[in-house]
Design a protein around this ligand. Structure first.
Ligand code: 6PG
Length: 265
């Protein structure tokens, strides 16, 4: 019997920097719990631009050391644009190019393996996107040691939210939103960059132990108010459907993004 979805928590920050610092503290707290017990810490990273500041913080002092042994940290991706891994539009490129040099600069060594290792990127550059989705699905099944009908349980999934209320690459009214069996699917373009995507599916997101939304900027204000306080519209506002059956969902939002939220009475 799935537990009742845990209550959603929304936390307001004055700006993106303070939001990113809080997210870093949450990341290292969850990571240290697992790594200190010599257990893998399995994360799905968010793409887009909002999490870049968080990734910089995690690859530098004091957060980098606080994680402990990064070899126990597995960085997967919530979604990826179907572009080469060295493209400026690649979510892998964004996260990898921020974290690896930062760690090297501060620690002199390259504690984050430069290739492979803790980064498990989606092979979204493959010409056959369906095959790429299936390949990543197999990667997840092997890593989490799960069989048909089972879903991976990430310790943490980081998500951003688009101005249309999408998360990962689950765009409003697109077929990917209806998927309830596959772990990873290919989807048509949604917002910029208008390229096909690979995305984790909703059942994977909702099987996570912890979900952390990072939402900043005035351009998210209307969608955030609709997602958090508007009528249920799971097809039109995919982020509304992210409610882990046995996990937490926490929204870290900055003042600009929260500007349309009615003040808590
Ligand atoms: C992507 C992301 C996407 C992103 C939101 C917010 O591939 O674009 O995974 O879901 O998180 O669109 O993007 P920003 O952080 O750039 O506003």
């Amino acid at each position: 019997m799935a537990n009742k979805p845990s209550p959603r928590e929304v936390i307001l920050f004055p700006d993106k920097l303070s939001l990113s610092h809080d997210a870093a503290h949450r990341f290292i707290s969850l990571a240290a719990q697992k790594v200190s017990q010599r257990q893998d810490f399995n994360v799905a990273l968010a793409g887009g631009s909002t999490p870049a500041q968080l990734y910089s913080l995690l690859a530098a002092s004091p957060f980098y050391e606080a994680v402990g042994d990064w070899a126990m940290v597995n960085l997967f991706f919530g979604d990826e644009r179907c572009v080469p891994p060295d493209s400026p539009d690649s979510n892998y490129h964004m996260a990898h190019s921020i974290m690896v040099p930062a760690a090297k600069k501060v620690f002199g060594v390259l504690p984050l393996p430069a290739e492979g290792g803790i980064f498990h990127r989606m092979p979204a550059e493959l010409p056959d996107q369906e095959a790429a989705a299936l390949q990543y699905e197999q990667t997840l099944r092997r890593h989490f040691r799960i069989g048909p009908g089972e879903f991976p349980r990430f310790d943490l999934i980081l998500l951003g939210m688009g101005p249309d209320g999408h998360c990962a690459s689950l765009f409003p009214h697109k077929p990917a939103l209806q998927e309830r069996e596959r772990l990873v699917v290919a989807t048509e373009p949604g917002l910029k960059p208008f390229v096909p995507r690979l995305t984790l599916t909703l059942p994977v997101l909702n099987n996570a132990a912890n979900i952390l939304f990072l939402v900043a900027g005035e351009d998210k204000a209307e969608a955030l108010a609709r997602v958090l306080t508007g009528p249920r519209d799971p097809q039109g506002l995919p982020s509304q459907s992210v409610l882990p059956t046995d996990g937490t969902v926490t929204w870290l939002v900055d003042r600009e993004a929260a500007s349309r939220l009615s003040p808590v009475r």
